[in-house]
Design a protein around this ligand. Structure first.
Ligand code: C5P
Length: 242
């Protein structure tokens, strides 16, 4: 991966706990790896993509026009959302008391998230909420701009990638269990379009931080990638044997 963020260095952010950032495109495995890592080292987990998905989903529930920036920004500022992860990988996402986990994981919410995430107003409305997740003993932060914008001073930044073909295959495997209409060619096109939009948007584009370690997971299992990150964290004294 050759592109690097050339944006002006983000201002220093005082954190209550150390953060490991895991950024990368859709299907790179960062969600699975972030969950495994957080569980293994006993740290909190921030799934920032889920926040954008919830904003898009809530907008749909409220009947907002897809281009209603002010309405979606209000949701981002005011929504009450809580995440619950069980050891078995089951998640619950509580939005104003209702579990919306299944709804926010479909491709409609994914495409909606990518749309609302391109608006600076929505991104700005979610910054404080994301930084507040950095609580002791530490945070694993999964997203697109964790290392570049939200946690610029994180002591370990990973940029996880994989070939476009492998990423489409992984997403297809995940989604076809829930939605039999999903096809590999259709998904490949959607992923390519989402990647293009995420990487070219003017605000917080998907690029590795200058000090990120780029890991290619195309031929690696999630366990192998997690092992590699655990080893990196140990060399930086973020945790001991685990
Ligand atoms: O990671 P996930 O697929 O759930 O993210 C959904 C969308 O949210 C991404 O395609 C991206 O457009 C947006 N996103 C973002 N910044 C983040 C996390 C996600 O722009 N930190």
């Amino acid at each position: 991966m050759s592109s690097r963020s050339d944006a002006a260095p983000p201002s220093t952010v005082a954190l209550a706990a150390p953060v490991v950032t895991i950024d990368g495109p859709s299907g790179s495995g960062k969600g699975t790896v972030s969950r495994m890592l957080a569980q293994r080292v006993g740290w909190h987990l921030l799934d920032s993509g889920a926040l954008y998905r919830v904003v898009a989903h809530a907008g749909r529930l409220l009947g907002l026009a897809p281009d209603d920036v002010a309405g979606h920004t209000r949701i981002a500022e005011q929504m009450k959302v809580e995440f619950e992860y069980s050891g078995a990988g089951r998640e619950r996402i509580w939005l104003d008391g209702a579990d919306v986990a299944a709804a926010v994981r479909d491709e409609t919410a994914g495409a909606g998230a990518s749309r609302v995430a391109a608006w600076p107003e929505v991104r700005a409305a979610l910054v404080a909420r994301q930084r507040a997740a950095a609580l002791p003993p530490g945070l694993v932060a999964d997203g697109r701009d964790m290392g570049t914008v939200i946690f610029p001073d994180a002591p370990l930044k990973i940029f996880l990638t994989a070939s476009a073909e492998e990423r489409a295959k992984r997403r297809h495997k995940q989604l076809k269990e829930k939605d039999s209409a999903v096809t590999l060619p259709g998904l490949s096109r959607e992923i390519a379009e989402r990647d293009r939009r995420d990487a070219t948007r003017p605000v917080a584009p998907l690029v590795p931080a200058a000090d990120a370690i780029v890991l290619d997971s195309t031929t690696l299992s999630a366990v192998a990638v997690t092992d590699a990150i655990v080893a990196l964290g140990r060399t930086r004294a973020l945790w001991g044997e685990c």
